[in-house]
Design a protein around this ligand. Structure first.
Ligand code: NAD
Length: 244
């Protein structure tokens, strides 16, 4: 089988470089490396799939180009506005799009386990999410924390209004219908996420710790290989891994 040809958008960044490093081992060919100021239109016709790990404002333009030229798109970038999220998701009507806040296999298992635990530890167990990342991270909470919150909201039938980001001052006793989210930033932490289910007399903690960026790069490459030839639509890493 011929290797698939990949365009990386955000190629000079930490993730772009990690994807290029992993490519050889995983049998894909990086044929276009695009970063800020480069013209992706020159190269898009020569690739089979586009992987975007760039900046939240850069995703919509590359998604529009990929949709126009019918190239499957893998999106790892996080921090988009709600309006951009909707516009990007709509483009999946024209191409297969795998969009994941976290491409690691372990984190996608964490999503699955959080759903299971959330169903069992529902009434009487307070759910909180803690995430830790390096000092350069621009958005908060992380895309992974957003997905964990979404899973918890779904299992508890709660809306976004029930999500509380950090607490400060005399906030009063914790309401039962609340999901607390806390972000720590510092040093070179690649990424850690813990979901707490705190009840009276016991507490369950589900934790994932990333120690190497290659896990995201390998997952994104796996998603790129999976997406080629799939029907148009919006997928996530749970689809790629068959966890749904
Ligand atoms: P980074 O800052 O190291 O790299 C981003 C790169 O994008 C830079 O080289 C920058 O010049 C480039 N860029 C900026 N504007 C651009 C444009 N208009 N067109 C093309 N490239 C442009 O960041 P990073 O650590 O590599 O992370 C990139 C993104 O991926 C972030 O949003 C981060 O949160 C996300 N991320 C996601 C996952 C995941 O598994 N989904 C994992 C790690 C990081």
């Amino acid at each position: 089988m011929n290797p698939i040809n990949v365009m990386i958008n955000g190629s000079r960044g930490r993730m772009g470089r990690a994807i290029a490093d992993c490519a050889e081992d995983t049998g894909v060919h990086i044929s276009a490396q695009i970063d800020a100021g480069d013209d992706a239109t020159q190269f898009i016709d020569f690739v089979d799939v586009v992987i975007d790990f760039s900046h939240h404002l850069a995703t919509l333009p590359i998604a529009q180009l990929a949709a126009e030229r019918r190239k499957p798109l893998i999106i790892g970038t996080t921090g988009h506005s709600e309006i951009d999220r909707e516009k990007i998701a709509k483009l999946s009507e024209n191409v297969p799009m795998v969009w994941a806040g976290n491409f690691s296999i372990g984190v996608n298992l964490l999503f699955y386990l959080t759903r299971k635990a959330g169903e069992i530890l529902n009434e009487g167990y307070d759910a909180e999410v803690l995430e830790l990342h390096h000092r350069h991270k621009k958005d908060s909470p992380s895309g992974t924390a957003e997905r964990l919150i979404e899973v918890l909201r779904e299992t508890r039938g709660l809306s976004n209004e029930h999500v509380v980001h950090g607490r400060s001052g005399i906030v009063g006793a914790r309401p039962e219908k609340e999901i607390g989210v806390h972000a720590v930033r510092g040093g070179d932490i690649i990424g850690e996420h813990t979901v707490y289910f705190a009840g009276e007399g016991e507490r369950v903690e589900l934790t994932h710790r990333a120690s190497d960026r290659r896990i995201f790069a390998q997952g994104a490459i796996r998603a790129a290989q999976w997406a080629v030839g799939k029907p148009n639509g919006l997928y996530n890493m749970e689809d790629v891994l068959g966890l749904r």
